[in-house]
Design a protein around this ligand. Sequence first.
Ligand code: FE
Length: 224
Amino acid sequence: MSLLRVVGSSVGRLVPAAGLSAGCRQAHTLPDLPYDYGALEPVISAEIMQLHHSKHHQTYVNNLNVAEEKLAEAVAKKDVSGVIALQPALRFNGGGHLNHSIFWQNMCPGGSGEPEGALLAAVERDFGSVAAMKQRLSAATVAVQGSGWGWLGFNRESGRLQLATCANQDPLEATTGLVPLFGIDVWEHAYYLQYKNVRPDYVNAIYKVANWADVAARLAAAQK
Ligand code: FE
């Protein structure tokens, strides 16, 4: 049961369900983008954004809901084997939902300038400079083998910023304990239509639309 509570709470925390009566299991829904599909051009094309959000993210949401339905059935039947067998689907689709929900917020049209205030101070303390942080995050993210994500995260135990990469849709916090602050999706669906095989160009360009104000808010929340 404790396993179920952890999965349920970590996945369900991010996106509140809409419109279901009290007592019903709440389905996850695709969050609206905070900007138009074409708003991140020329860094990310409208075609990529539309497919990425309305098709890929929607599929993670749909499959997460299916997996949670099956989980509820398995729990009701006290089918421990069935519960365990659902964990890969929960990790993949729950992770996909969590990761993309953060990713959309991590970007904004034209970017938000450069890190400021407490975020800037933390970056300079832990990486030396913003440029050095970007260089290290880019290098780690470009080097992800196959599909995955690069992250700037916050280590609650050390109180410091930390970089990490995750394979597939493995969610950062459930996988590493780091609180996700800024993520870069390097699945080919995130860039291939525009950047083809040149992943470094996509990764290096994404800072032009980085929403450091959102990153700073996530850091402040993680430090409470
Ligand atoms: Fe993606």
